[in-house]
Design a protein around this ligand. Structure first.
Ligand SMILES: Cc1cc2nc3c(=O)[nH]c(=O)nc-3n(C[C@H](O)[C@H](O)[C@H](O)COP(=O)(O)OP(=O)(O)OC[C@H]3O[C@@H](n4cnc5c(N)ncnc54)[C@H](O)[C@@H]3O)c2cc1C
Length: 543
């Protein structure tokens, strides 16, 4: 329905392929010290790259160290500099993807698939194991279909949230998108495949996915759900199809390359009313969760709430040394002072009501009473007018786009270090209280700050801990690496494992889910991908 072509200049504009501008970038034969995949020779690699060039054109295959650099950039701690691809290839069509997969099988050249590759804080486009060529699907960016009546769409992997939103607005289609906080540059397909979240009632993205087309590791195409039925009109309407439900197999995995994905879109409600609940003390964590859980479970509050600590909020727009001097601990008194000066509490919980005048007016008093009883101040746009934090969340909870949160990367120096640690718990106040205490103890021991939020789901909590460090400082990067490993290990020992993790910790987290699960995944992997060519190491699944 909508084509949006990316030319090489387009890639340069987004910071990709900068070295290509200098005339470099297609040479599989040029020097590149990045290690090859285990057992592969230079001749294998050169053969694969030559064959890739035959499929997509020399200008879309990148092999020189400098040309590949844009795909090597990460924000995560990587003191040994080990998470680097050896090349990149950018197809424009499903047929090209299939051909690349066949070549990869011939040369046993592993491919690391990304859609828009903006997995910031999880590794961006860097692969989990050495010697992989990034299969970058950014150029496959057509919006194939939008059904305004059913509220569905069918997308290629390179479509960005911005592109989809623009399309809906230009065509006056009254449907909302649901975005992660880095929406403008990220993709619905990539985010959903890593089981990301957003903040409207459609925020649990995989729950609102419907139908996929997948290039299997042998190059065949498979459609899930109703997609393989000739003449079916329900591919984007009915999720389950027949027999085992397959779509989950292609999320956080390396069992296929998703070339099309269906999603449900939320009808724009007549009334949208955002709220912020301000709590004054760090110790208020359990009260907030206990108050919110019944509202979420009953769906009276239908969107995923973000319960943001003062430090996380301040880090979006401030530098650390505006709050405390360099080298000083981020003490509670200084934090509270800065938070108060900016209209924030120590915890700030954002939710919204969606409906008609009548339904919103009916529900609001119940919610106000519950949250006020928890000790919170319930605030709306009327009181928070002009507050940049409220404005940010007001935008997000209606599927609006901005990049305010990227400011986190400048909290400590200009080096831009960030690793997300996201352990899951049941939505119980006592668990959140224990998690907060444990996280604070560990990060502060390593010299970092507790900059965290809770995403309050239907019955779960994602504790989203932003480990912020200066990646330009090798000593800090080393400490951040140690800190991250301690977080994963000690939370895991308490039964709190991550819902998603970066390439720096995929094996560590996979171990926590147990040997039977790992063995099952490995058995599947070996059966469908005997040459181990698709994203080895993703989620700790190795050939
Ligand atoms: C400040 C900040 C805030 C953030 N906020 C959020 C947030 O609110 N919610 C959230 O979810 N994330 C958030 N993130 C993390 C991340 O940036 C987003 O999840 C982003 O959407 C992921 O990048 P992407 O969409 O380009 O996906 P990609 O990087 O393209 O893909 C993500 C992963 O999915 C798999 N994959 C992608 N495409 C395919 C395919 N076609 N076939 C098979 N597998 C594939 C790969 O394993 C890939 O590594 C945030 C990051 C930062 C820095």
């Amino acid at each position: 329905m909508s084509g949006f072509s990316i030319d090489r200049r387009g890639l340069l504009g987004t910071g990709l392929g900068a070295s290509l501008a200098a005339g470099l970038g297609t040479g599989a034969s040029a020097a590149n010290p990045a290690p090859l995949a285990p057992g592969r020779t230079k001749a294998d690699f050169a053969g694969a790259m030559k064959a890739f060039r035959g499929v997509v054109g020399a200008e879309w295959v990148f092999g020189d160290e400098e040309a590949v650099a844009p795909w090597s950039k990460t924000y995560i701690p990587d003191p040994a500099h080990q998470y680097k691809p050896v090349g990149a290839v950018c197809p424009q069509s499903v047929e090209e993807v299939q051909e690349i997969v066949r070549i990869a099988n011939t040369y046993k050249q592993p491919l690391w698939t990304v859609s828009t590759g903006k997995n910031m804080g999880y590794g961006m486009t860097a692969p989990a194991t050495p010697g992989q060529v990034v299969l970058d699907l950014k150029r496959m960016n057509r919006i194939l279909e939008v059904d305004a009546d059913l509220g569905t769409c069918l997308l290629e992997p390179g479509v960005t949230y911005q592109q989809l939103k623009d399309y809906l607005e230009e065509n006056k289609i009254p449907l909302w998108i649901d975005v992660p906080t880095v929406g403008p540059i990220a993709s619905p397909v990539g985010n959903t495949l890593d089981r990301g979240v957003g903040y409207t009632p459609y925020g649990e993205h995989f729950m609102f996915q419907c139908g996929m087309e997948v290039c299997l590791p042998d190059g065949r195409l498979m459609r899930t759900g109703m997609g393989s039925i000739k003449g079916s009109t329900a591919w984007q309407a009915f999720k389950w199809g027949y027999g085992p439900y397959l779509d989950g197999l292609f999320t956080q995995s390396n069992f296929g390359i998703v070339t099309k994905m269906g999603l449900w879109l939320m009808p724009k409600p007549p009334v949208y009313k955002p709220f912020m609940v301000r709590h004054a003390n760090m110790e208020d964590v359990p009260k907030i969760i206990e108050a919110m859980r019944p509202l979420r479970v009953s769906n009276l509050v239908a969107n995923c709430n973000l319960m943001m600590s003062a430090s996380y909020q301040l880090a979006m727009f401030k530098r650390r040394n505006e709050i405390v001097p360099d080298g000083a601990p981020l003490d509670e008194a200084s934090l509270k002072k800065a938070a108060t000066a900016n209209g924030l509490g120590m915890w700030n919980t954002y939710f919204a009501l969606y409906g008609t005048e009548q339904t919103v007016a009916g529900v609001e008093p119940i919610i106000r009473a519950t949250l006020t009883a928890s000790g919170g101040e319930v605030l709306t746009a009327a009181e928070m007018e002009g507050n940049p934090w409220f404005h940010h969340h007001q935008t997000l909870m209606q599927g609006g786009l901005n990049l305010d949160e990227v400011g986190l990367l400048r909290w400590r120096g200009a080096g831009g270090g960030l690793a997300w640690f996201a352990p899951v718990a049941a939505a119980r106040g006592v668990e959140a209280e224990r998690q907060t205490a444990l996280a604070k103890e560990i990060v502060e021991k390593h010299g970092f700050d507790y900059t965290a939020a809770y995403a309050i789901g239907w019955r779960d909590l994602h504790h989203i801990i932003a480990l912020l460090f200066d990646k330009a400082d090798p000593a800090q990067e080393q400490k951040a690496d140690a800190c991250y490993r301690e977080l994963v290990t000690r939370f895991g020992a308490q039964g709190w494992a991550s819902y998603r993790t970066g390439v720096n910790s995929m094996d560590l987290v996979a171990q926590q889910y147990g040997e039977v699960n790992r063995d099952f995944n490995r058995t599947l992997k070996r059966a469908i991908d005997p040459n181990g060519i698709l994203s080895p190491g993703k989620s700790g699944i190795h050939p």
